[in-house]
Design a protein around this ligand. Structure first.
Ligand SMILES: Cc1ncc(COP(=O)(O)O)c(C=O)c1O
Length: 430
C-alpha cells in the first residue's frame, strides 16, 4: 500500500469510528464527551508547544499565554474541588498516580489498596504503578454483599500493616468509601491518606459523591475524562496548606513523571472546569439518577443487578452479574454487535480476568447526551431483548440506531445543543 493510501485508510477508519459512535449507545463507565468549547481549544496550536516546569519558571520561550492558561486552570480546579492546592500537569490518571507515588513513598514502603477483583485499578496493583515504584501492597478485606471495603477488617489491616500510604478509590465504584469509619485507624497509624477519584471526579465536582478532602484525605488524584467530561488528562489536589507536601507533589509530576504536560489538554481542562462550575451539579445529579433508574429497570426485567437492597448504586456505575447468560465477555461482545457499548468486568468472586462474570455500565456519557430516566427504561429494554430474550443483535440494531438519532448533541455545557459527533474534515481524498 502506498503511504498516501495508508493515511487515507486511517482517515476512513476514523470516519467510520465517528459514525459508529454517532449510532451507538455509549455505556463505558470511564468515558465521556467533551463540550464543543473544550474541543475547540484542544484542537489548537497549544498542542504543538512545550512548557516544562511551572508558570513563570519555564525552560522554554513561547509560553506567555500558556502560563496564563495554566494559572487559570489551577484556580478553577481549586474552586471546583474546594481546596487549596491543584496541579494540572499529569497527562493521565495513571501518570497522576505515579506522581503521587514519587512524592509520598520510597521503594520498599508498604501501601494498602483495594484489590483488582474488588474494583481496584491496575495502577493500584503490583503489576502496575505500585509495583513499578517497588511498593509492597496489601489489599483491604472487601464486603462482597455491600460492594465496599469492610471497615472493621480494613481498620484491622491498617493497624497490622502500618502502611506508609493508605490508598482508596476504585474503578468499579458503586458506593462512597467508609473514610469516616476508618479515620481512627488512619490517625493511629499516621500514614498519608490518598484517594484516587478518577471515576467519580465529576460527581465530586457536582457535589453528588463524598468529598474526600473534606473527609480528611491528604491527596486526591484522578483522570479528567470519566465523570468529569474533560480531555484525556490527570489532576492532583490537596487541601493541606503544607509547603513540603506541595513541593513534593509538584516535583513528583515534574521532573518526576512528565516533561511536557500537553498544553492543549490543560486549556480544555480549564474550559471543562468552568463548565463544571456552571452546570456540574445538575449534570452529576442526573447522572446518578440515571444510574439508579437503569439499574432498577434492568433488575425489573430480570437481570442480576448487584446491590439491589442498597439501591444498586450511589454513583454513575451499575454492575451486573451475567454469569448465567454465558458471562461478561460474551455479553459485552454480543451487545457490541447491536451498538450497545459496555465492558466485561471482574466481580469480587471471579478469578479469570479474561472470562469474568460481570459487566460494568456507566450513565455519565448518555447523560451528557441529554438522556433521562425514560431513556434508561428504553436502554434496559434493548439490552434485555438481547441478554434475556435472546434476540439476535442484528434484529435490535435498527432500534438502537433509531433511538440514538435523538441524542447526538452535548448538554450541560456552553454552546449547549451543538452536535457531539461533528469533527472538522478536509475535503477530498489523498
Ligand atoms: C481508579 C482509576 N485510577 C486511575 C485510572 C487511570 O486513568 P488513565 O486512564 O487516565 O491513566 C483509572 C482508569 O480507568 C481508574 O479507574
Amino acid at each position: 500500500m502506498k503511504s498516501s493510501e495508508r493515511a487515507q485508510q486511517i482517515r476512513g477508519l476514523t470516519d467510520r469510528h465517528n459514525e459508529w459512535f454517532r449510532e451507538s449507545i455509549p455505556l463505558i463507565a470511564s468515558e465521556n464527551l467533551m463540550s464543543p468549547a473544550a474541543r475547540e481549544v484542544l484542537n489548537s496550536d497549544l498542542h504543538h508547544r512545550y512548557a516544562e516546569g511551572l508558570p513563570g519558571k519555564r525552560y522554554y520561550q513561547g509560553n506567555i499565554y500558556v502560563d496564563e492558561i495554566e494559572n487559570v486552570c489551577e484556580e478553577l480546579a481549586r474552586d471546583v474541588f474546594r481546596c487549596k492546592f491543584a496541579d494540572v500537569r499529569a497527562v493521565s490518571g495513571t501518570v497522576a498516580n505515579l506522581a503521587v507515588l514519587m512524592a509520598l513513598s520510597k521503594p520498599g514502603d508498604k501501601i494498602t489498596a483495594v484489590g483488582l477483583s474488588d474494583g481496584g485499578h491496575l495502577s493500584h496493583a503490583k503489576m502496575g504503578a505500585i509495583g513499578l515504584r517497588g511498593l509492597r501492597a496489601h489489599n483491604y478485606p472487601f464486603d462482597q454483599k455491600e460492594m465496599n471495603i469492610d471497615p472493621d477488617g480494613a481498620a484491622r489491616l491498617l493497624r497490622e500493616v502500618r502502611p506508609k500510604l493508605a490508598l482508596f478509590g476504585q474503578s468499579v465504584y458503586l458506593f462512597p468509601t467508609p473514610l469516616e469509619e476508618l479515620r481512627p485507624a488512619l490517625e493511629e497509624v499516621g500514614c498519608a491518606v490518598w484517594y484516587d477519584a478518577a471515576h467519580v471526579l465529576g460527581l465530586i465536582a457536582g457535589k453528588r459523591f463524598q468529598d474526600p478532602l473534606k473527609e480528611g484525605v491528604d491527596v486526591v488524584s484522578g483522570s479528567t475524562h470519566k465523570t468529569l467530561p474533560g480531555p484525556q488528562h490527570g489532576i492532583i489536589t490537596s487541601d493541606l496548606a503544607k509547603e513540603r507536601l506541595e513541593t513534593s507533589l509538584r516535583r513528583g509530576v515534574f521532573p518526576g513523571v512528565t516533561s511536557n504536560h500537553h498544553l492543549h489538554s490543560v486549556a480544555a481542562l480549564a474550559v471543562t472546569l468552568a463548565e463544571a462550575q456552571e452546570f456540574g451539579e445538575p449534570y452529576a445529579d442526573q447522572t446518578v439518577r440515571n444510574a439508579k433508574a437503569l439499574a432498577q429497570a434492568l433488575y425489573e426485567r430480570g437481570l442480576d443487578v448487584l446491590c439491589e437492597p442498597k439501591g444498586f448504586t450511589e454513583s454513575h456505575t451499575v454492575v451486573l452479574d451475567v454469569e448465567e447468560h454465558h458471562g461478561g465477555a460474551k455479553i459485552a461482545r454480543t451487545l457490541e454487535e447491536a451498538n450497545i457499548i459496555v465492558n466485561k468486568n471482574l466481580l469480587p468472586w471471579d478469578t479469570d480476568p479474561v472470562h469474568p462474570s460481570g459487566i460494568r455500565i456507566g450513565t455519565q456519557e448518555v447523560t451528557r447526551l441529554g438522556m433521562r430516566e425514560n431513556e434508561m427504561s428504553e436502554i434496559a429494554r434493548l439490552m434485555t431483548a438481547i441478554i434475556i430474550d435472546r434476540r439476535k443483535p442484528s434484529e435490535i440494531l435498527p432500534s438502537v440506531k433509531e433511538f440514538k438519532k435523538e441524542f447526538t448533541k452535548v448538554h450541560y455545557c456552553f454552546f449547549e445543543g451543538e452536535e457531539a459527533y461533528n469533527y472538522p474534515r478536509l475535503d477530498g481524498q489523498l
